[in-house]
Every structure is written in structure tokens, then in C-alpha cells.
Design a protein around this ligand. Structure first.
Ligand code: UDX
Ligand code: ADP
Length: 470
């Protein structure tokens, strides 16, 4: 059997783990992951991988040097491969037409032109990054610009992995979606990609479609997931005004099999590299087709998320006697979710910035994301500190704001933390994971999300009365 060569351009959160799993599960393929970022590639070659993902190191170690290779030689990787996955970043445009909404496709287009320049044989080019619908068409236009010297078949194979569970999601996906043109060559290329995943994914979970459906499905899946979080977060605000408790409401609502119980955890807001970007993409696409009502409908999911972040900080300020000046606030967790080092679009960034604007002293602790947190606050000095140890972060603080649901925060000695803090001591639980009753018994003034606060003040009811405007 001849060895097939797969290349992946982009060694980030998507490309790295996806290729590691393909290489581990398909020893008959030679997989080369290429990136222009030399330090990232260097890190993939060590056991200090450039991203933190539970179980990833074991998968990489199983295949690295056998049939999994990392390189900065983009041209070489393109030439060798029959199949090229592209998983470069596609951030939201920050300039020009569509700024703040449309996807910035400059990295993608650059890769397409590189493929065209370097290719000496026909290629199957696979969109792995999330892209706006019809990007495949643009890629085809660029790739076939030289009038048929070679044939490029563009396939959409969107990645549904979530960070923190990437390896599990890749090994046991709900579905793998492969979209192609429905021409003879398109269907042959589609089968080539199906054959890769068929090495470990049951046939029933490999779904094929046309290219546009595949591209749109990724945006829609993320929009639906984000919508659930915004929906439950909207109700958390109402619960705080009444005697309802969001955990009880979510439990009761989620037991309806038609609704289901996943993604109903109220939070300080959703973050991550995908939700906001993909919804903005969806909004932009709807607008460009003249569907302004549909655009506004999906935009509201984002508005709700911003409101939730603002609401969280406003509650802190209001409850801490309307001034944060000089107060030390410990942020427990900075990653956008647990089990990742990623801080992209993390609600903690917003919370940290706002507290700094209020002239608080902010101390950030996180078991994996401190390095990224430092980058997020590069250039800000004086009132921002970083602590590996949560006990150090809390010492002398007026408040703890829990922003990432790291398991370790549940099992801390909150008695010790209370003793070391300024009094009155506050806990704002932006993830609703702590035992609020117990914290209150220890002496904290506790502010859960979506439930009445547990304080040692006597005028609490008056403050909740609804006249504050929040
Ligand atoms: C998401 C999609 O889940 C994944 O399928 C897609 O490929 C990429 O985007 P990811 O952003 O890695 O994955 O994480 P996800 O688990 O979806 O969480 C996104 C955000 O929502 C996090 O900030 C998380 O903390 C928050 N969240 C999630 C909640 O606030 N409440 C919940 O109930 C669930
Ligand atoms: P994602 O979460 O989508 O995987 P990342 O930002 O983690 O996004 O990864 C994208 C990777 O793509 C980065 O490591 C970046 O260096 C790489 N990249 C961007 N443009 C190019 C390019 N033209 N050639 C090779 N790699 C690129």
C-alpha cells in the first residue's frame, strides 16, 4: 500500500490536536503540520506543547516521529501532500468594510496562493478553520486562477471540537461533517476524506453534504450553543431580582428531553475564539443578503453576552459600596473555560479591564492561562499582578471574583482564604460552582449568579429592590 501524505497548514488549537489524532489513528498516512510560527513549531517538538489540552501529549507522543511531523517548511509540506488541511486563524476583521463583523480572510488567501505557487500535482484542499459560507468558492477561484494547469478540489470539513475536551471530541465525535461539490471529482475527493475518518469514526457518524451546507452548519451549531447560554444568562438576571434560583430553573427546564440539560450553566458570559466570531459572521452574511431581521435576531445573542459581563462588574461595584479605588480584587481563573490555557475572548479580560478602569488593584491567578493573561495585559503596569497560587492571590484582597470553572477552586480551603482577606470579604461566583451556603457560613458575603445574594448586611433587600437601574 502506498503511503498517503497529508499536510496541515496552521499548528494551532485546531490543526495541532486534529492532526495528532489523525496520525495516531491512521499509521498508513504521513501527516506533516506546518506553521510560520517557529516557536510554536519548536514547542510541538518538545513535551511542553504550545497549547494545554488534557490527553494531548500522549496522543502526540504516540505518533510524533513515526508518521506525525512538525515543520516551518510550508512549501515542502504543500509539495509532498495529496491532501492539505488548512487551519489558519480567521479572526474578525478589525479594519475596512465589514470591520467588527466579517471574517478576515487574509491568512486563508495567503495560504491558497502559496498552495497554488508550490503545487506540482493535483491537491484536495480542506477548509478546517471556520469560514464564512461560500469561502470555498473564493478558494476555488484563486486556486484555479492559472486555468487548469492542476486540479484543486476544495472540501469543507468543519471542526466541532471544544477546547479542554479536544482529544475526547476528536476520538469520539458526535459527527464528522464533510462537504464537497457534487461533481464526479468532488465526490471522489469527498470519499478520500471519509476514508481517513473511517479509520476510527463509525460510518453512521460521518455525514456528507454539499460544501455550502457544511460551512453553514458550523456557524449554526455555534450560534445555537451560544444562544442557549445567552438564554439561561438572561434568566439569571431575573432570578437575582426574585427568589428563583437559576440552578433549580436550569435543572427543571433541562429535564425536558426536548430541551436537554447541556449548556445551561449560567456564567459571567461565554468566551472563546469561536462563538462571537461565528455569530458575527452569521450576522454579516444575513446582512449581505438583505436579511436584516435575521441579522438582528442573532446579534441579540451577543448583546446578551455583553450585558451579562457588564452586569457582573456592575454588581461588584454596587455591592462593594460603589467604589473600587485601591481595593485588591483577586480574579480566580482567567481562561475562557476550564481545562484550557486559551484566553481568547475570555470574559475575564473584560472584567479585569473594567476593574482597572475603576482603579482597583487586580490580581490574576489561573492554573494554566497566566502566560496568556500576561500577554492580554501587556503594557498595563502598576495595578495588575499575577499569582500562581490562589492563596497568594487572595491574601489581603477585598473580593474574589471566580471567572473560570477550574475544579481546583471548589476544593480550596475557603476558611484559610477568608482569614487572609480584608473584611468584609466578598465572593462573586461568575461560574456558580462554589458551595455558596458554606461560604456564607464562613463569613463571606456571597454573590452567586442567578440567585439571591447571601450577605451579612441588613439592607440587602433594599439594594435588590430594582431601583438601581441594573
Ligand atoms: C465551541 C463549540 O462548543 C465547538 O463545537 C466549536 O468547534 C468551537 O466553539 P469552545 O469555544 O472551545 O467550543 O468551548 P465551549 O465548551 O463551547 O464553551 C464556550 C464558552 O461558553 C466558554 O466560555 C464556556 O465557559 C461558556 N459556557 C459553556 C457557559 O457559559 N455555559 C455553559 O453552559 C456552557
Ligand atoms: P485556531 O484556534 O483556529 O487553531 P490558532 O491561532 O490557534 O487558531 O492557530 C492558527 C495558526 O495558523 C497559528 O499558529 C498561525 O501561526 C498559523 N498561520 C497563520 N497564517 C499562516 C500561514 N500563511 N502559513 C502557515 N501558518 C499560518
Amino acid at each position: 500500500m502506498t503511503t498517503k501524505h497529508i499536510a496541515c497548514i496552521g499548528a494551532g488549537y485546531v490543526g495541532g490536536p486534529t492532526m495528532a489524532v489523525i496520525a495516531m489513528k491512521c499509521p498508513q498516512y504521513r501527516v506533516t503540520v506546518a506553521d510560520t510560527n517557529t516557536s510554536r513549531i519548536a514547542a510541538w517538538l518538545t513535551d511542553a506543547l504550545p497549547i494545554y489540552e488534557p490527553g494531548l501529549l500522549e496522543v502526540v507522543q504516540a505518533a510524533r516521529g513515526r508518521n506525525l511531523f512538525f515543520t516551518t517548511d510550508i512549501a515542502g509540506a504543500i509539495r509532498e501532500a495529496e491532501i492539505i488541511f488548512v487551519s489558519v486563524n480567521t479572526p474578525t476583521k478589525t479594519f475596512g468594510d465589514g470591520a467588527g463583523k466579517a471574517a478576515d480572510l487574509q491568512y486563508w488567501e495567503k495560504v491558497a496562493r502559496e498552495i497554488l505557487r508550490e503545487a506540482r500535482t493535483d491537491k484536495i484542499v480542506i477548509e478546517k478553520s471556520t469560514l464564512p459560507v461560500k469561502t470555498a468558492q473564493i478558494m476555488e477561484t484563486i486556486l484555479n486562477a492559472e486555468g487548469g494547469r492542476l486540479h484543486f478540489e476544495v472540501i469543507s470539513n468543519p471542526e466541532f471540537l471544544a477546547e479542554g475536551t479536544a482529544v475526547r471530541d476528536l476520538l469520539h465525535p458526535n459527527r464528522v461533517l464533510i462537504g464537497s461539490r457534487e461533481t464526479t471529482r468532488g465526490l471522489i475527493a469527498r470519499q478520500e476524506i471519509v476514508d481517513i475518518y473511517a479509520n476510527w469514526v463509525p460510518a453512521g457518524r460521518i455525514v456528507t453534504s454539499n460544501v455550502w451546507s457544511a460551512e453553514l452548519s458550523k456557524l449554526v451549531a455555534n450560534a445555537f450553543l451560544a444562544q442557549r447560554i445567552s438564554s439561561i444568562n438572561s434568566i439569571s438576571a431575573l432570578c437575582e431580582k426574585t427568589d428563583a434560583n437559576i440552578r433549580e430553573v436550569a435543572h427543571a427546564v433541562g429535564m425536558d428531553e426536548r430541551i436537554g440539560n447541556r449548556f445551561l450553566n449560567a456564567s459571567v458570559g461565554f468566551g472563546g475564539s469561536c462563538f462571537k466570531k461565528d455569530i458575527l459572521n452569521l450576522v454579516y452574511i444575513c446582512e449581505s443578503y438583505g436579511l436584516s431581521e435575521i441579522a438582528r435576531y442573532w446579534e441579540a445573542v451577543l448583546t446578551m453576552n455583553e450585558y451579562q459581563e457588564q452586569r457582573f462588574v456592575r454588581t461588584m461595584i454596587r455591592e462593594m459600596f460603589n467604589t473600587m479605588v485601591g481595593k485588591r480584587i483577586a480574579l480566580f481563573g482567567f481562561a475562557f473555560k476550564a481545562d484550557t490555557s486559551d484566553t481568547r475572548e475570555s470574559p475575564a479580560i473584560y472584567v479585569g479591564r473594567k476593574l482597572l478602569e475603576e482603579k482597583a488593584v487586580v490580581v490574576i491567578t489561573d492554573p494554566r492561562a497566566l502566560e496568556n493573561a500576561r500577554l492580554d495585559f501587556a503594557g498595563v503596569d502598576g495595578r495588575i499582578h499575577f499569582a500562581e497560587d490562589p492563596y497568594d492571590a487572595a491574601r489581603g484582597a477585598h473580593a474574589v471574583a471566580l471567572l473560570t470553572e477550574w475544579e481546583l477552586y471548589r476544593s480550596l480551603s475557603w476558611e484559610d482564604i477568608y482569614q487572609s482577606m480584608e473584611k468584609p470579604a466578598f465572593v462573586f461566583d461568575g461560574r456558580n460552582i462554589l458551595d455558596h451556603k458554606r461560604l456564607h457560613e464562613i463569613g463571606f458575603n456571597v454573590y452567586p449568579l442567578g440567585a439571591p445574594p447571601l450577605t451579612h448586611f441588613h439592607d440587602r433587600g433594599a439594594r435588590r429592590g430594582g431601583s438601581s437601574g441594573y
